[in-house]
Design a protein around this ligand. Structure first.
Ligand code: BES
Ligand code: ZN
Length: 636
């Protein structure tokens, strides 16, 4: 029912905007360029700059203060500004005149939509009706329910003494902590003054100063224009340690040494990326390691990627995530998807660049391993995603943009770009890549614009290699084209063979050469075990390899999915620990799903979730609840 309402709403929204666009500019209007997930009337007003003055109130779990939007009027007849909000209480809205005088403006909320939040309508007072530039100040307060903000009590931090706040704005959650035009189609510069308890430090996706004085008042500037989903803040007992000249780590002091060790290659990664993709346009590149409950492993907030501490495996085996978030400094942060429907343009491109970085900084073999694991996840995903949504750039109807964390954008996008690289040769494709990032720098782009650009600069420029129809097949058809390059890895093949030999009893567990393996090979081994292994065999394996006690979050994920699927009861207690140890959606959600789908443990899955949900991020909770609902619906 909810889906239906959402759907009809989006269709209505789409049709209305289509008719508006057609009235204005019939030829150029591309309905697919419309952002379904924002109420903002960006065809009438466009924000250029945002100034925030906010206080972090840990008692009330709220940010309060003001957001001042500097906007440009695009259409002269427009008399009302529409902003995106979610669970925000507005105190006043006023326009600031060039004279400094403040004019109160009439404002009202529209109807709340379950996914998009609540539009805020602000009428222009007569005095500013003709102004081309407008300065709109909104005094407001966020709610403890803000979907972007997680307020963690001290018990859930590494140091156990101070609370911690952090944001996750992608995809459409910036609106739950700042009233603004929450669409990637609009880029803004920003400045912020943040007030915190004096012993805590605030950091943002901006010009953090590693040597700042800790006094509870912090100033930030972000002079490069960014889309709203890259607005980010964290407040906590945060300290800094350098990695290289332009790189470093922010984290609670308890995690600082481990973080510097784990991410020691960040400076090299930055330099390698610049050599391959063109200049890094953002100044410093730092990492923030937050407390565990965070829905994503990494988030590419500009100048300051946010990372989960589950990456601190102690063996640098999970650093491809840093390569990934860093690569977003080009694909995503510099060249941005115009709408969430075009998400593959950032995640697919980034997965491809991540792979390229891993090849250079580590080895071809390691990059191959990650490539195969990604491909296998993609194949699994094809089993659960409707053919229509298997297209890289699906048409029209949309679900919740948060569902788009789907594997398709990442791994199918990656395979498309690897296919192009292979067809045109690395040198040609690399020149294309650099030109693409430079031509669209600080701009936004749709899949269709990309296709035209690809056609002009590659397909037609070097004819006879890949046709436009072939490229369109990647963008608009389900599955993979027949001539896709299928990733292979010698190391993973060897691990899979060992799994078969051990499963069938041909070799002893002591003969499995785990000491020579990467954690990726171990994951592949676990995934390749026979489906009908006895409890004794699984116990033997667990005892020999210490799977239930692993500190590698990805190995844990792979193992506990198997434990859940196979109803391997002896490991239930450790499975419960895994679910309470990590908060990242990727690490916990598939374990709940495997339990819920194993034919008898849906209730157990729900009980375990009820016990753990308090430590998860609200977005993680929503995604697990949605999964349970879908599983139940499918059963009926
Ligand atoms: N930008 C994403 C995280 C994201 C995606 C947030 C969609 C909200 C909606 C980030 O770059 C990412 O892809 N993170 C991945 C890890 C990555 C190495 C594949 C994650 O956290 O799972
Ligand atoms: Zn990403």
């Amino acid at each position: 029912m909810k889906r239906l309402t959402t759907f009809s709403f989006l269709v209505a929204f789409f049709l209305t905007s289509l008719s508006c666009m057609q009235a204005e500019k019939p030829a150029a209007a591309d309905p697919r360029a419309h952002d379904y997930f924002s109420f903002a009337n960006t065809d009438q007003f466009v924000t250029k700059h945002l100034s925030l003055d906010l206080t972090a109130d840990f008692e009330a779990e709220a940010l309060y203060g003001s957001a001042t939007l500097e906007m440009r009027r695009v259409r002269t007849e427009a008399t009302e500004i529409i902003l995106d909000t979610r669970d925000i209480a507005i105190e006043t809205a006023s326009f600031i005149l060039p004279s400094g005088e403040t004019l109160k403006a009439e404002n009202r909320f529209g109807e709340t939509h379950s996914i998009m939040g609540t539009p805020l309508f602000i009428r222009l007072p007569a005095e500013v009706r003709d102004a081309e530039e407008l300065t709109l100040r909104i005094d407001y307060r966020t709610s403890p329910r803000s979907t972007a903000l997680q307020w963690l009590p001290a018990e859930l931090t590494a140091g156990l003494e101070h609370p911690f706040l952090f944001s996750q704005s992608q995809a459409i959650h910036a609106r739950s902590w700042v009233p603004l035009q929450d669409t990637p189609a609009v880029r803004i510069t920003y400045a912020a003054t943040i007030h915190t308890p004096p012993e805590l430090l605030a950091v943002m996706s901006a010009d953090n100063d590693p040597a700042v004085e800790r006094d509870g008042n912090y100033e930030f500037a972000m002079p490069q224009p960014i889309p709203s989903y890259l607005l980010a803040i964290a407040v906590g007992n945060i300290y800094f340690a350098p990695i290289g000249d332009e790189t470093g780590v922010y984290s609670e002091p308890e995690l600082l040494d481990a973080s510097v060790f784990e991410f020691a290659d960040t400076q090299t990664m930055l330099e390698t990326a610049e050599a391959m993709f063109g200049p890094y346009q953002w100044g410093r590149y730092d990492l923030l390691i937050r407390p565990p409950s965070f829905p994503y492993v990494g988030m590419e907030n500009p100048r300051l990627s946010f990372l989960t501490p589950s990456l601190l495996a102690g063996d640098r085996s999970l650093v491809s995530v840093v390569a990934h978030e860093l690569a977003h400094s080009w694909s995503g942060n510099l060249v941005t998807n115009a709408t969430w429907r075009d998400g593959w343009l950032i995640e697919g491109w980034t997965s491809y660049l991540e792979h390229r970085l891993m090849q250079v900084i580590y080895s071809e073999a390691r990059a191959d391993e990650e490539n195969v694991l990604g491909y296998r996840e993609l194949l699994l995903d094809f089993n659960t995603v409707s053919p229509r949504m298997q297209a890289l750039a699906p048409t029209l109807e949309q679900g919740d943009p948060d569902d788009f964390q789907g594997i398709i954008h990442y791994h199918k996008g990656n395979l498309f770009l690897q296919y192009l690289e292979n067809a045109f040769g690395r040198e040609t494709f690399d020149s294309f890549t650099r030109k693409y990032f430079s031509d669209f720098a600080f701009g936004t782009i749709t899949s269709e614009l990309f296709l035209d650009y690809l056609d002009d600069n590659l397909l037609s420029a070097y004819p006879g290699k890949v046709s436009r129809e072939q490229a369109e097949q990647w963008l608009y058809e389900p599955g993979l084209p027949d001539d896709a390059l299928i990733p292979t890895s010698k190391n993973l093949d060897a691990a899979a063979e060992m799994a078969v030999l051990w499963s069938s009893g041909e070799i002893d567990v002591a003969d499995v050469p785990v000491a020579e393996w990467s954690p990726q090979a171990m994951r592949h081994f676990i995934d390749s075990l026979d489906s009908d292994l006895s409890t004794e065999k699984l116990n033997e394996l667990d005892a020999a390899l210490g799977l239930s006690d692993t500190n590698n979050a990805e190995i844990g994920r792979t193992w506990f999915i198997q434990v859940a699927r196979r109803q391997h009861r002896p490991a239930d207690a450790k499975l419960t620990q895994h679910l309470q140890r990590y908060g990242r959606t990727r690490l916990v959600r598939p374990v709940y799903i495997a339990l819920a789908q194993n034919g008898s443990d849906l209730e157990l899955a729900k009980e375990l979730f009820a016990a753990a949900r308090g430590i998860y991020h609200p977005l993680t909770n929503i995604s697990i609840e949605t999964a349970f609902r879908r599983i139940q619906e499918a059963e009926h």
